[in-house]
Design a protein around this ligand. Sequence first.
Ligand code: GLP
Length: 230
Amino acid sequence: MELITVTPEEFAGRVVELIRAAAAAGPLNLGLSTGRTPVPVYEALARSGVSFAAGSYLFAPDEYVAAEPEHPGTNRSFFARHWPSPPLPPVVVPRCDAPDPDAEMRGLCAEIARRGGIDLLLLGIGENGHICFNEPGTPADAPCRAATLAEPTRAQARALWAEPPHRGMTLGVPNIMATRHAVLLATGEGKRAILTAALHGPVTAAVPASYLQRHPHLTVITDLAGLGER
Ligand code: GLP
């Protein structure tokens, strides 16, 4: 694991530089998380001049299961607000209103596999330790699927949903572990306890982000000082 500690002011630029370097190497299969954490990154990307080679595939690793795609709480709406497209290529988001959400997510994962797998995956961490929508209790072999959202995740979603969805679609844990480079982003003191548990505690289904300790190429970028030594 590589731990990069930055100031809050440096955070977005540091992540943009990482994306720039990856995009310069050729067509990129890039997974882009949602949530508050990456918003400044996507805003900085808009001003950065980073471009993606033809054949790049940008996708969201999760989405709510919901009837209204245009609801402001969906990840589709998130990217409509925060992702600079154009000029950047659009982000493929699983359809929240797909008739069979399991099949919808499996389809996205099959497309990623057909394109050679994930080169770079930007991940956030939920305050309960989730990664994508792999909630506490998720086993290490859980596949791409639709899954029940934990109550803390639904509580967080109340910022945008009066009645948050009960389910979400998500990359599976093995798909996350198979990415060539996983980048975990965490900012703000509210993430200190869970990030410490994820990076330094036991590898456990109770904290799905702890599976990342076993990732062969993990970079953590955080503005939380003091997480390295333990
Ligand atoms: C949601 C997303 C996750 C994201 C998490 C963290 O639950 N499905 O992919 O990592 O939020 O959100 P935030 O950055 O707002 O703390």
